[in-house]
Write a protein that binds this ligand. Structure first.
Ligand code: PLP
Length: 497
């Protein structure tokens, strides 16, 4: 039993005991301390080791099985059937949350998902079928014909100057904002932007505020700097200001990470009042804001106002990703850094990867200059508005009134809430059996505690599958509600339904 000594249970934690055991075992498997083919100790032995009810261990083992870590062999016991990425680095795909969550079984979650899903409401990137491949091929050829080998040299670290100029024009035309040339830092994806800001501004133990729920890749970046992360509740019109002010009175942060427009995972946007209030609080309490703009172009009503547009005291670092609606594999985004902080950020970028691909920067520059970005986004807006309507209609037709959901003005997420006490991680398991994948809400919180909410994304699913997919999801929800069997236990061994 020596291997399990590292698993320390905390009975006072909000995380149920079975999940603490599950998490501990997953860590041991991921670390390669328990390996494929190894038998887990019998339930009773484990229960007496952890001083818990044997049902708690049964549930931990069940959950390991559902997540693809172990298999139970009748009459023989429970065996590990998974090799950690350490032992087998190529086993998994590259879905965003796979890498952004260092945690717990989600890798196998994606592996299972990839194998058996027919209705993908989990993926957050648009399907490659929507990529403007021909237009991109044309600009790539033009770059190579024009610049030859020069396109493939090391690039100046802050970015390819003509691309910065196109970005300035884009920001002026799209948002009416004048971005100074010397405040643009080209980065290799928004994730790198978050990471280099964390690297440049955080010392061990510094406080960072994030929305709850939030994008887990950001949590990971802040965690990797040893930051103390504090969650602030999200509401339908943005951050909960009461919660924010209460926490500000105690421990003001150094950085506040936010997605004010079509937030990931809820799809919600801040009201004007909350945007103004956030900027005012940042000035009063002297903290900086990271505005992560991942899909603001995908609006279906009026064009959203960026938080950065209200920033008259240089408190906002604005990050714009080109991955979410365009070509994630290109790894391009930009960071608008107030001048005073530019050098510090540039140094963090340089030490991270020297520069982003000069070749792709040239292609992106032409893509913007030729108006192809605008054409592409207008096309997507039409397609996704149609998908939004179809998803909404299907939700109205198939969901019972106990299921709450929001109606975002853009993006490709809806946030649904199961009735109180029914947890979306359990729905995940049931829905998967029906060929439907969703993103359970616990993935978007620091504690990963079971939660009723979940993210429904229509980024990948085809228009014609939406209605059937939502119908299957609704059947899965009804199944969860009508079958209160305790596959999973809650605190004090109460069933977690
Ligand atoms: C909110 C948010 N920010 C940043 C990223 C990372 O984007 P990129 O591919 O530009 O690094 C993602 C990816 O899923 C995201 O959802």
């Amino acid at each position: 039993m020596d291997k399990f000594v590292s698993i320390q249970l905390d009975p006072s934690s909000e995380i149920p005991l079975y999940l603490q055991i599950y998490n501990g075992i997953v860590d041991l498997i991921e670390e390669g301390i328990i390996v494929r083919g190894e038998k887990l100790p019998p339930i009773r032995k484990m229960a007496s080791f952890f001083k818990v009810n044997s049902v708690t261990v049964v549930n931990a083992y069940k959950h390991l099985e559902v997540q693809g870590y172990v298999e139970s062999r009748v009459g023989s016991g429970t065996y590990v059937c998974y090799s950690s990425k350490k032992n087998n680095p190529d086993e998994f795909g590259t879905s965003e949350e796979v890498f952004s969550l260092s945690h717990r079984g989600h890798k196998s979650m994606f592996r299972d998902t990839a194998r058996s899903i027919k209705f993908d409401f989990a993926s957050a990137s648009i399907a490659p079928d929507y990529f403007p491949v021909q237009d991109f091929k044309d600009v790539v050829n033009e770059v190579l014909d024009r610049d030859g080998g020069y396109a493939l040299e090391y690039q100046e670290s802050s970015g390819y100057p003509p691309l910065k100029e196109s970005i300035m024009e884009f920001m002026k035309a799209q948002h009416g904002l004048s971005v100074p040339f010397e405040e643009i830092q080209i980065i290799s994806g928004a994730q790198q932007g978050i990471d280099i800001l964390a690297k440049a501004f955080l010392n061990y133990g510094d406080v960072v505020y994030v929305e709850a729920p939030t994008y887990p890749g950001a949590i990971n970046a802040f965690r990797s700097r040893g930051a103390h992360i504090v969650e602030i509740n999200m509401e339908e019109d943005g951050i909960d200001l009461n919660d924010l002010e209460k926490k500000l009175a105690k421990t003001p942060p150094k950085l506040f990470y936010t997605m004010p427009v079509f937030q990931n995972p809820t799809g919600n946007s801040y009201s004007l009042k909350k945007k103004q209030e956030l900027i005012a609080l940042a000035t009063r309490h002297d903290f900086y804001i990271i505005e992560d703009d991942h899909v603001s172009d995908l609006y279906y009503r009026q064009k959203p106002l960026l938080l950065k547009a209200l920033d008259d005291s240089d408190k906002v670092f604005y990050i714009k990703s080109y991955s979410k609606l365009f070509l994630p594999g290109m790894r391009l985004a930009f960071l608008w850094v107030p001048k005073f902080h530019f050098d510090k950020t540039a140094l963090a970028k340089y030490s991270s990867d020297i520069s982003s691909s000069g070749f792709f920067q040239r292609a992106m520059d032409l893509f913007l200059r030729k108006g192809l970005w605008t054409k592409h986004v207008m096309r997507l807006r039409k397609i996704f508005n149609d998908k939004w309507q179809k998803t909404h209609k299907a939700l109205v037709n198939h969901m019972t009134k106990e299921i709450k959901y929001n109606l975002p003005d853009g993006g490709h997420f809806f946030w649904l809430e199961l009735p109180k006490g029914y947890y979306s991680m359990n729905l995940y398991d049931i829905a998967l059996k029906n060929g439907v994948s969703i993103m359970p809400g616990n993935l978007f919180f620091m504690s990963q505690k079971p939660t009723e909410g979940f993210r429904l994304s229509f980024a990948q699913i085809s228009s014609q599958d939406i209605d059937r997919g939502i119908q299957k999801l609704s059947e899965s929800i009804n199944h969860l509600i009508e079958n209160p069997y305790a596959i999973i236990q809650g605190p004090d061994d109460r069933p977690l339904l």
